[in-house]
Write a protein that binds this ligand. Sequence first.
Ligand code: URA
Length: 433
Amino acid sequence: MTVYRIPDLIAHKRDGLEHSPEALEQLIFGYVAGDIPDYQIAAWLMAVYLKGMTAPETAALTMAMAKSGDFLDLSSLPNTVDKHSTGGVGDKTSLVLAPMLAALGLTVAKMSGRGLAHTGGTIDKLEAIPGWNPVLGDEAFLKQAREIGMALVGQSKNLAPADGLLYALRDVTATVDNIPLIASSIMSKKLASGAKTIVLDVKVGGGAFMKTLEQGRLLARAMVEIGQHSSRNVRALLTDMDTPLGHMAGNALEVQEAIATLRGDGPKDLLELCLELAKEALLAHGFSVADAQTRPLEVIQSGAALEKFAAFVAAQGGDPSYVYHPEKLNVAQNTLEITALHSGFLERIDALAVGQAVLVLGGGRERKNEAIDHSVGVEVIKKISESVTAGEPLARIYHNHKGLEAAKTLLKHAFTLSSEKVNAPTLILDRVY
Ligand code: URA
C-alpha cells in the first residue's frame, strides 16, 4: 500500500491532478481518526474548491466518506428505495411519497433528519402525531420495513461521520458551495443508508440551496454519476423552490396537508411532485413506463397509501385515529391574517421568508436539539398567478404569541403583487439520470 504524505496530496490537488481512491481513503480515514489536523484538510478543501474533481474521483471521495462510519444493511429487504430532498419550505413530500411507495410494493426504510434553520425535517413533522416514536431497534426496524414496507427513524447510527467533520470545516473556510463537495456530502449519507435506488429532489430557487437551474443540474448530474460509480440507481428531479410547496408550513399543519394529499384532497403542486417522484422510483425498479405513470395515482385513489400511512404510524407507537381524523392534531388556535394592500396577481412568494416565519414562531430550531412547538405555522392562502383583491388574506399565521411580530414583518414583505397577469410556475424543471 502506498502511504501518502498529506502535503503531497494537497499539492497534487492544488496542481489540478486527480486523486486515486486509496489516496482519498487515507485522507478521509486519517482525518476522522484525528491523525490529520484541520489546517491541512482546510488547505485541501480549498484546492478542491478551486480545481474541482472528476466524476470517478468524486465517487471515490463519497465512498471513503461513507466507509468512515456504519452502513445500514438493507440487503434482506426487497426493492429498497431512499428519497432525498435538498431541502425546502413546506416540503412534506416524504410523508406522502413513502406510504405511496410502500403501497406500490417498494420498501422505504430510512433515517430522516430534524429541521434546522428555515427548512423543516420529516422526524419533527411526524412527532406532531401523538405517540409516534422515531426510535426503533435494528431488528424492529427491519421487521417493520419487511411487514409494512415503511419504517422511518431518527439519526441513531453513525452514518458517514466524515461528512459532519468536513461540513463543519467547510462552513468556516468558504468551501461549502462547491458541487463535488456538496454531492459527496449528500451521497455519502445515502450510500451508507443502504437502499438500492435513490430518488433525489433537487430544489432550485430562492427557498433552496441551489439558486439557479444550471447549478441544480450540475449538482444532480454529480450525484447521479456517484450512483453510477457505486452500483446504485440514482434518478433526480429538479423542482421549483421559489415558492413554498403546497399551502402549509409548520409541523402539525404539514402533517394535515400530507394526509389530505393521501386522501386525494391535497394541493396540486404537492400531488404532482409526489406522483413524479413515485414514477421515478418505479422506473428505477424496472416497472414499465405505463405502470410508473398510472399506478402512483391509483394507490391514492384506492386509499391503499393512506392505509399504509396509518399502519406505519401505529407500528411506531402513534395513534392512527389522527390519520383518519387529522383535524384532531394540535394546531395553534390563535390566528392572524396577512392581507393584500392592493389588488393584482400574485407574482412572488418568498419561500425563505415563510420558512423563517415558522422558525421565529417556534416551529423550527436555530440550534441542534432545541425543543420546538409543533402546533405553529403559516398557511399560504394564495398561490402564484392567482388574482387578489385589496384586503383579501394572503397568509394565515397560527401562533402561540411567541415571535408573532417578527413573523408578521417577514410575511408582510414575502408577497409581491403584479398588475399584469402572471403564469403559474413550472414545478418539474428537469430530470437527470
Ligand atoms: N446538504 C448536505 O448534506 N451537504 C451539503 O454540503 C449541502 C447540503
